[in-house]
Design a protein around this ligand. Sequence first.
Ligand code: B1M
Length: 222
Amino acid sequence: MNEILTKISRCVETGKTDKVSPYPPDMKGLDGADELTKQAIEEGIGPDQILEDALIPAMAAVGDRFSRKEIYVPQMLMAARAMNSAMKHLKPFFQSGETKRKGKFIIGTVSGDLHDIGKNLVSMMIEGGGWEVIDLGVDVGTDRFLKAINENPGAVVGLSALLTTTMENMKKTVVLLKEKNPEIKILVGGAPVTREYCEKIGADFYSPDPQGAVNYLKQLAV
Ligand code: B1M
């Protein structure tokens, strides 16, 4: 692989956002994902190639290590921050339609629930997986999900819930969204949610972690 892409990938995997980031110590003072991505674009490397060959594999490696409990939330957040610093250079190309995404993903924490750290991780990993993410935030009622679905036909929907009390709202959301849009694919997650609960409420897929969500979407995009 092109040397600069290897470097970008390593920066994202290790959470090296930019030149001034102190972490990881052995990369102190070196360019980070921010500077290297800018340089790669200036050198004429396509945004698609940067995404496919550097960012996506790096975030997949991070997700796998998180699933295996080899790294924890802080390292994953640092990797996501580094990825975002690279993505800011790629976004103008995606937004202009010059570069295609794999699809659209609408995500939100269900009504009554304000927890968003896990949801944000899932969102960032999915964006790192090459999808356009429409993040509706927290405490998202069914109306807002329906509006986003209408505005983004064909999008996959992700619901997060962290409270046993709001799991009931997750159920109501799935039932209503499926009633209005029988074709829609719904992915659910969050600490109290289980595979059995996912099946019980009629959602399509449950993932305990961000990488499982990315892998599910990868399957759908084929
Ligand atoms: Co809250 N809280 N909280 N809280 N809080 C929990 C969830 C709780 C387990 C703490 C406890 O009692 N031990 C408990 C829930 C008990 C229950 O219902 N079983 C609880 C409670 C009770 C409450 C309040 C009711 C407290 C109160 O006010 N009395 C209140 C509710 C507010 C509300 O939502 N209406 C409340 C408030 C808060 C804060 C605002 C203070 C803060 C949230 C800040 C924020 O999110 N911006 C907070 C926090 C931080 C927590 C804990 C400590 C940490 C949650 C977290 O971010 N974990 C939590 C205890 C705990 O989990 N140890 C707790 C890290 C995060 C990376 O994990 O979100 O599980 P998680 O996400 C994982 C997976 O679940 C998965 O991927 C992520 C990475 O692996 N995942 C998905 C998540 N969403 C997914 C979606 C997917 C796929 C995978 O597909 C779409």
